[in-house]
Design a protein around this ligand. Structure first.
Ligand code: BGC
Length: 756
């Protein structure tokens, strides 16, 4: 009965969404009427004239001539109102039909007022804040001529070896979905025609984060069950939030490259989810299907179009082969018209067909970019992204009048502060930690020493420095650097060491098989600890690191990711206690690389390990515990929170009703602070193996010292649904356990029953 209802509902839904898609826009249809086959194919072509970051070996040539010829639908890597106006003029005044261009960009974490890398931002668990940062990014980017953004990246990632974990929101489908919604809503708001909003692109569809071995661009193989339950939800959430475009991923899905995967791009995205925007490939990912073994350029271009791809990024496979494919009957003109229609509809949604220059207002950059307010938001966002991993002897916060040894290769650095994928930011404008310390604690005695290179390995540094200096190896020897730092440390009350990864040690094509702090810096840390001075580590990285050794040391550890343009000020705000840290990890941190993947939502096994003790013939390791070093949801504060009175209003949940799970949280310390209260469930019996725990709700609250708040999480049948083996979205009757706490590593608190 349940299945029957569901399929009727699904049919109705599919019917409705294709009806919606049939609503034609007269302005677009009138244009299509006039267009030649070549002009339609031209709309499907996305080029970059350079000037941005080229993430492949190809950069487009003769872009001007192609725009004039009507062979280009959009460009990226071009900004400023003037340059964008010039580009639009090429299209509008010179091409036969004068169709304006989409102007794309990778605005991944802020435009010029760079905010923390997305993995950091997600650690704030503050959806309003994330939305606000996206809004400001859109305001700045549109002021500079951009109307289409290649963000949010929502790929679930559970493998910290993969460099691109920095760009997403971590391991969890529910949290990832909330972040996806916040970002789409922030970029697009509810009016894409407004001059300060831009079209968002959810990427990389799909499963890009599950590359084997954590090696970028590598193959992915995954069950449909895992796709639907654990990897698809954030993409779907973005689609439901009205995202304007979808970017395909480089990997294959079930043996077929995503860019040419009809099941993915048509059956799932359009027919099942009702997506009515356009689909763009990733950088040359059409061409890369040749290397994937799918045929020659003509064959893969036809395959991609037929699968549901509308726009070809940089590779020009569509431009150079589709006409021939029409002539040879390999694709139809109608398929090309459908894709061109979607591109034109996007231009219509953005208001470009009415006013091609609406994003070329020369007076805007000065008013809207890098304003005091935007930088203030970037600073606030950074403080909210920091995660206090460990607090030792209350040596954090540091007194503003202390004698401080500020040490480390990232302590007086500008070039790594923005983080990876910040091509629109200006590294020279970022605030180093040393400067931030002087701003926030002018009465402290601060002495700086570099202490170590990020890495001493010149060959490694060369690979990391592809976009400019990130690892700068000093002329001084490592021993000299260390000696100076130890001298400074000896003379101090407290040592603050800013250590970790260079920005380009994570990000695209920046994978690592060892995810420890580089040895040059580990040595520095050991020696600093040996001075017996209180030591605070401010750790910067684009991924979870293996810090097993450092966690065992008598140090405090503040994870600061790569904090963005206001890095130094934000680090100082938290180190000196003006802001109490409140971030929580959105990816588990492993004890070692061999434990990867390690994530809180793993499925049950038939031989679970009851305790952390090794047990023969149970699912565990001889050499390390099963639990991660630091779990998803973990993050400390300068104050303490106590959880009490956790209860459910009812033991029974019926369809249409609600069980309220309530909890009282009290700040039992002496500082105001914020806590992310998390609710997890475990489905005790179901038709496919359930996760051991699953986040279904959270709330971030503010508490003054001594203050208590009671939070209620209303739970309905919707929160208990999953995709069963037939990929139907169902909740199954039976017992559910619930867990409440300030980390995923929290205790079971009670149960309720779902009855039919
Ligand atoms: C990346 C995308 C990005 C594109 C355009 C690709 O290499 O995978 O995330 O949007 O380049 O810059």
């Amino acid at each position: 009965m349940k299945n029957f209802n569901l399929s009727v509902a699904m049919l109705l839904f599919i019917g409705l969404s294709s009806l919606q898609a049939q609503e034609r826009i007269p302005q677009v249809e009138a244009l299509l009427e006039k267009m030649t086959l070549e002009e339609k194919i031209g709309q499907l072509n996305l080029l970059t004239p350079g000037g941005g970051v080229a993430t492949g070996s190809v950069v487009s040539e003769d872009v001007e001539a192609k725009i004039k010829a009507g062979d280009v639908g959009g460009i990226f890597g071009v900004s400023s109102p003037d340059r964008v106006r010039q580009a639009q003029e090429l299209a509008v005044k010179n091409s036969r039909l004068g169709i304006p261009l989409l102007i794309g960009s990778d605005v991944i974490h802020g435009y010029k007022s760079t905010v923390p890398i997305p993995l950091g931002l997600s650690s704030s668990w503050d959806m309003e804040l994330i939305k606000e940062t996206a809004k400001v990014a859109a305001k700045e980017a549109t002021a500079d001529g951009i109307n289409w953004n290649f963000s949010p990246m929502v790929d679930i990632s559970r493998d910290p070896r993969w460099g691109r974990v920095a760009e997403g929101a971590g391991e969890d489908a529910y949290l990832g979905s909330q972040v996806a919604i916040a970002m789409v809503e922030g970029y697009q708001q509810d009016d894409l025609r407004a001059p300060n909003t831009m079209m968002a692109t959810v990427k990389h569809f799909a499963l890009y984060g599950a590359a084997e071995g954590g090696r970028d661009y590598n193959r992915v193989d995954m069950s449909r069950n895992m796709m639907f339950n654990e990897y698809f939800p954030p993409y779907k959430a973005a689609v439901d939030a009205g995202v304007g475009s979808v970017m395909t991923s480089f990997n294959d899905v079930d043996g077929i490259p995503a860019t040419g995967n009809k099941w993915l791009l048509t059956d799932i995205l359009r027919e099942r989810w009702g997506f009515d925007g356009f689909v763009v490939s990733d950088y040359t990912s059409v061409n890369e299907m040749v290397d994937h073994g799918m045929g020659d350029l003509q064959a893969v271009s036809a395959m991609a179009l037929k699968a549901g791809l509308d726009m070809d990024m940089v590779g020009e496979g569509f431009l150079t082969t589709l006409k021939k494919s029409v002539e040879e009957g390999k694709v139809t003109e109608e398929e090309i018209t459908t894709a061109a229609r979607r591109i034109l509809e996007a231009k219509h949604k953005l208001g470009l067909l009415d006013d091609p220059y609406r994003y070329s207002d020369a007076s805007r950059p000065e008013k809207d970019i890098l304003t005091k307010e935007n930088r203030q938001l970037a600073r606030h966002a950074a403080t909210q992204s920091f995660v206090l991993l460990k607090r030792n002897d209350n040596n954090l916060p540091v007194s503003k009048t202390a004698k401080i040894a500020l040490i480390g290769p990232l302590a007086n650095d500008k070039f790594n502060m923005l983080g990876t994928w910040a091509p629109t930011g200006d590294r020279n404008l970022s605030i180093p930690v040393l400067e931030g310390f002087r701003n926030v604690a002018p009465n402290a005695q601060i002495t700086y020493a570099k202490g170590a290179n990020i890495s001493n390995d010149t060959a490694f540094a060369k690979k990391v420095n592809v976009f400019g200096p990130r690892i700068e190896i000093s002329d001084e020897s490592p021993d000299q650097l260390l000696e100076e730092a130890l001298k400074v440390a000896q003379a101090s009350d407290v040592v603050v060491a800013v250590v970790g990864e260079a920005s380009e040690m994570s990000g695209e094509s920046a994978n690592r098989t060892s995810i420890q702090i580089p040895e040059s810096q580990k040595r520095l840390i050991r020696e600093l600890v040996a001075t017996k001075k209180p030591v605070v580590l401010v750790l910067m990285s684009g991924r979870p690191l293996d810090i097993s050794e450092e966690m065992d040391m008598p140090v405090s550890i503040l994870q600061a990711w790569h904090p963005g343009i206001e890095a130094g000020n934000a680090v100082a705000d938290v180190v000196f206690g003006d802001v109490n840290p409140s971030g929580k990890l959105t990816m588990s941190w492993p004890r070692n690389v061999g434990q990867i993947p390690v994530y809180y939502g793993e499925r049950t096994t038939g031989r679970p390990q009851a305790t952390e003790e090794f047990q023969k013939f149970k699912s565990n390791y001889l050499d390390v515990q099963n639990s991660p070093l630091l779990p998803f949801g973990h993050g400390l504060s300068y104050t303490l929170f106590e959880y009490s009175k956790i209860k459910a209003t009812s033991e029974t949940l019926r369809p249409g009703s609600t069980v309220n799970i309530s909890v009282t949280v009290t700040n039992v310390g002496d500082r105001a602070g914020k806590e992310v209260v998390q609710l997890y469930i475990h489905d005790k019996v179901r038709s496919i193996t359930p996760p051991k725990k699953q986040l279904i709700a959270f709330e971030k609250i503010d508490l003054k010292p001594g203050e208590s708040k009671t939070i209620e999480f209303p739970v309905t049948v919707e929160d208990l649904k999953f995709y069963n083996t037939d990929l139907e979205y169902v909740a199954e009757p039976g017992e559910f356990e619930f867990f409440v706490g300030g980390t995923s590593d929290c205790e079971m608190q009670g149960t309720f029953n779902l009855v039919e």
